[in-house]
Design a protein around this ligand. Structure first.
Ligand code: AN7
Length: 400
């Protein structure tokens, strides 16, 4: 068997300590920071012009080498140019098998879990991670335990977890409490060995390897944009996408990296608070209509911070009203994304009005999840229906 992490070293971004890669080590044994999975570009054979296949595994040269791959064609999502803003592209991650970008990570994470002798996987989730972990575990024949904040997961995400046969556990409070349970249980003594359920939250660097492929697809399709806007909850995805761009830079495929912009909802904006020097990346009672990013203590805060800091980007916050307006605007362009996914457009519009970006800049907005994830939000505005009871009335309606 090929050693899955042959090309990698796990390196602490804070103290520089290096660790032999292992599925079970995620934090620096010396300082506790989350470790980076760093690829040794000398060991990469990748020929950028000659990639084969589609989706996440098209980039297998830059991924862990796993003996069993659990895949459902994730990745290769559409990049859609907006009518209203011709230099703006929407990366529609709702087109993934379970309807969110999480599938990119789960194909790698669950494939890894399938090579370990574990019974299953465990995740805390605001919903999408649960739906994705449940589906990929089912595909792999593994069990799946999802730990959810009681009463605040969007309906379709919960329904997906049910459909795919996950064991669903709810805890009082927010996602942050749910994640605390999982982290304490599984990582409490920094020894996941001996635990039967493999943790696939975004602390797991191997899952994030799958998510970095978003950057590869963008580069293949439109080159390097000036800005990439990413909705931020736990901060794993913005870090992963940045990591993808950086690897291509290191391999000489591209010659610059886009500015990364992290967008949060006003009531759940710990990264914005930290970015502005207003204290640690923590808010105690996160609130927003975008339940996917209702997160007050982002576990990847330092990773997300670096992505933005090292690219001269920005963290900004948008109101729930701005999020819903952006969701509606995308809807009228034919693009159906859940509220969290629309935060990137809301952030773009704010950055535009504040002069941080310009209409000429080439921009990619990550629309992280599908509109159908949260139908309740879509119907909240009491949409008006025209009631008719005869063909005549219908004729009248369309002949106006
Ligand atoms: C649609 O499912 O955290 O900043 O548990 O579902 O990487 O956390 C979801 C996150 C953005 C934020 N958009 O990504 C979960 C979960 C959507 C999401 C995010 C999420 P991160």
């Amino acid at each position: 068997m090929i050693r899955p992490f042959r090309k990698y070293v796990l390196k602490c971004p804070r103290c520089g300590y290096e660790v032999e890669p292992s599925p079970f080590v995620m934090r620096c044994p010396r300082c506790g920071e989350l470790l980076d999975a760093v690829i040794d570009s000398g060991k990469v054979r990748l020929k950028w012009g000659e990639l084969k296949g589609r989706g996440v595994w098209r980039y297998r040269d830059l991924l862990p080498e796993l003996s069993r791959v659990i895949t459902m064609g994730e990745g290769s999502t559409p990049l859609i140019k907006l009518r209203k803003y011709p230099n703006v592209y929407v990366k529609f991650e709702g087109a993934n098998p379970t309807g969110s970008f999480k599938d990119r990570g789960m194909t790698v994470g669950v494939s890894l879990a399938a090579t370990l002798s574990v019974k299953g996987v465990i995740v805390a989730s605001t919903g999408n991670t649960a739906a994705s972990a449940a589906a990929y575990s089912a595909r792999a024949g593994l069990e799946c335990v999802v730990v959810l904040p009681k009463g605040s997961v969007a309906r379709s995400k919960l329904a997906q977890a049910v459909l795919h046969g996950a064991r669903i556990v709810t805890v009082p409070g927010t996602f942050d409490n749910a994640l605390e349970y999982v982290l304490d249980l599984v990582l409490g003594n920094n020894a996941v060995n001996g635990i039967n359920y493999y943790p696939l939250n975004s602390i797991n660097p191997w899952r994030l390897e799958g998510q970095k492929t978003t950057a590869f697809e963008i580069v293949e399709e439109v080159g390097v944009p000036d800005f990439v806007f990413v909705p931020v909850g736990n901060g794993g995805n913005i870090y992963a996408i940045w990591k993808g761009f950086r690897e291509l830079l290191e391999l000489g495929v591209i010659d610059k990296v886009p500015k990364m912009v992290g967008v949060q909802a006003e009531g759940a904006a710990p990264m914005v608070k930290y970015w502005r020097g207003l204290g640690e990346a923590r808010v105690d009672n996160p609130r927003t209509v975008a339940s996917a990013i209702r997160i007050g203590r982002p576990v990847n805060w330092f990773r997300a911070y670096r992505a933005v800091k090292y690219t001269d980007g920005l963290f900004l916050e948008v109101s729930d009203e701005e999020i819903l307006r952006a969701q509606g605007m995308l809807g009228r362009e034919g693009i159906g994304t859940e509220p969290a996914g629309a935060a990137s457009l809301a952030g773009y519009l704010k950055a535009l009005s504040e002069g941080f970006v310009d209409l000429d800049d080439k921009v990619v907005l990550i629309a992280t999840g599908h509109a159908l994830k949260d139908p309740d939000v879509l119907l909240q505005g009491n949409p008006q229906f025209v009631e008719i009871s005869s063909l005549d009335e219908l004729m009248q309606l369309i002949s106006k």
